[in-house]
Write a protein of this length. Structure first.
Length: 391
C-alpha cells in the first residue's frame, strides 16, 4: 500500500457524502480505480415534508447510479472523482412526484514528503429529498437546497515531536423555495491553525485557534456574525484499536445587530475497533449553530451526544446503527424568549453481502423533535429495502 492509499483511508471521513439512511451501509472494496454502482429500493416515509401537523406519508421508489474514480496518479498525488444521481418517486407527494438529486465530489491530495501533505475536497450537492428536514418552517414546504463545500487541510512536522496543521472550509447554502432562501441562504467560512506536541508516542497535546464568518445573502445586516475560538486538548491512542480526542475551549461570537456572546466549546470523540469489520464510536459536542428560523432566533446552543456502531456477524451479514440526542436551546432575538428543543435521530440497518458486487440492506430511521413551541415539533419515520450492485 503506497503513501496515498494510507492518506485516503485516514482522510476519507471528510469526503464521505450523506447517505440515504442514518446507519452506515458497508461498502465493498473492488480493488479498482474506476467503479460503477447502481442502487434501487423502495421505502415508506411517514412525513415527507417534516411537518409539525397534517403530515403526509408516502411510498418512495429510488434509483441511484454512481460513477467513481480513485487512483494514485503518482507516488505523491492522489485523485478521487465521483458523481451520483438519485431519483426519488413519491406516490403521494403534492406537486412534483419525481425528484432528482445530484452529488459531485472531487478530492486531490499531495504528499510533499512523508510528513507534509496537502488535501483539498470539493463537494457539491443538489438535494431534492433531504434526510434531516428543517423544523419550525411553514407546513409542507419544499426544502430542496444546493450545498457547495470546499475543505482544505495542510499538515507538516516542524520537528520530530511538533506538528502544525492549517485548515480552511467554505460552505454555501442555497434553498429552492424563495421564502426559505430569503431566510437561510448564506456562506459560512472557517479558518483554523493548530499545533500538536507528542508527549509520548501515543499521546499528543493539541492547541488550536479558529475564525468563522457567517454571511447571509438576504438581510445580512441583522443576521451576519463572526466567531473566534481558542481551544486545547489531546489525542490519545489508548491501544491500536482505541483512539480518543478531546477539545475544550471558548467561542467569542459577535452578532452584527444583536447582543454578542461568549460560549464554551467542547468536542469529545472515541472509536473502538473491536473486531474485523466491527467498531463502536461515540462522542459529545457543545457549540453554537445556525437556527432554522432566523426571523425569531439568532442561533442555537447545541448539546450533541452521539453513538454509532457496525458489527459484522459474519463476513456476509453486517448490522449498523446510529443514535444522536440533541437537547438544544434556540437563542431568541430581542423581545423573543429562548426556546428549548430536544431532537433525537436514530437509524439501524442490516446488510447482506452475498458477493463482492452485491449489497442488500433493510433500514429504519426515526426523527423526533419535542419543542416548547408546538410549531417546531416533528415526527418522521422511514423504513426501506435497498439493493446495490457495483462493478
Amino acid at each position: 500500500m503506497n503513501l496515498f492509499r494510507v492518506l485516503f483511508a485516514g482522510g476519507v471521513i471528510i469526503a464521505v457524502p450523506a447517505r440515504a439512511v442514518y446507519a452506515p451501509i458497508p461498502e465493498q472494496d473492488l480493488g479498482k480505480d474506476l467503479t460503477f454502482t447502481f442502487s434501487a429500493g423502495a421505502s415508506h416515509d411517514s412525513n415527507i415534508f417534516g411537518s409539525a401537523s397534517k403530515a403526509i406519508g408516502s411510498g418512495v421508489f429510488m434509483f441511484s447510479p454512481k460513477v467513481a474514480y480513485n487512483a494514485s496518479l503518482t507516488a505523491q498525488t492522489f485523485l478521487s472523482l465521483s458523481y451520483q444521481l438519485t431519483l426519488d418517486h413519491f406516490e403521494r407527494r403534492p406537486g412534483d412526484k419525481t425528484l432528482d438529486s445530484h452529488q459531485f465530489l472531487v478530492r486531490a491530495a499531495h504528499a510533499f514528503s512523508g510528513t507534509t501533505t496537502l488535501d483539498v475536497v470539493e463537494m457539491f450537492q443538489l438535494s431534492r429529498n433531504p434526510e434531516s428536514l428543517l423544523n419550525g418552517i411553514p407546513l409542507n414546504t419544499d426544502q430542496s437546497s444546493q450545498r457547495n463545500e470546499v475543505d482544505g487541510h495542510f499538515s507538516t512536522n516542524l520537528t520530530a515531536k511538533i506538528g502544525l496543521s492549517l485548515k480552511a472550509r467554505t460552505v454555501y447554502y442555497n434553498y429552492r423555495n424563495a421564502a426559505l432562501g430569503r431566510s437561510l441562504d448564506r456562506i459560512e467560512n472557517l479558518f483554523a491553525a493548530s499545533a500538536n506536541y507528542a508527549i509520548r508516542p501515543e499521546v499528543k497535546a493539541v492547541g488550536e485557534i479558529r475564525h468563522q464568518d457567517i454571511s447571509y445573502t438576504h438581510g445580512g445586516s441583522i443576521k451576519d456574525k463572526t466567531s473566534d475560538f481558542i481551544m486545547g486538548g489531546a489525542d490519545y491512542e489508548l491501544a491500536k484499536k482505541v483512539t480518543t480526542t478531546a477539545r475544550f475551549g471558548a467561542e467569542w461570537r459577535h452578532r452584527d445587530a444583536e447582543r454578542s456572546t461568549t460560549s464554551p466549546y467542547i468536542e469529545l470523540t472515541a472509536k473502538y475497533e473491536y473486531a474485523e469489520g466491527s467498531f463502536l464510536t461515540g462522542g459529545y459536542m457543545y457549540t453554537l449553530e445556525e437556527a432554522s428560523d432566523t426571523a425569531l432566533f439568532t442561533d442555537t446552543k447545541v448539546n450533541r451526544l452521539f453513538v454509532g456502531m457496525q458489527h459484522a456477524f459474519t463476513p456476509l451479514i453486517v448490522a449498523s446503527g446510529t443514535f444522536t440526542y440533541e437537547p438544544s436551546e434556540l437563542q431568541g432575538r430581542r423581545g423573543q424568549v429562548n426556546i428549548a428543543d430536544d431532537t433525537i435521530r436514530a437509524g439501524v440497518s442490516l446488510s447482506y453481502l452475498p458477493t463482492k458486487n452485491w449489497t442488500i440492506s433493510v433500514s429504519y430511521d426515526d426523527d423526533s423533535v419535542t419543542s416548547a413551541s408546538k410549531a417546531r415539533n416533528l415526527s418522521r419515520e422511514r423504513v426501506g429495502l435497498n439493493a446495490t450492485y457495483a462493478f
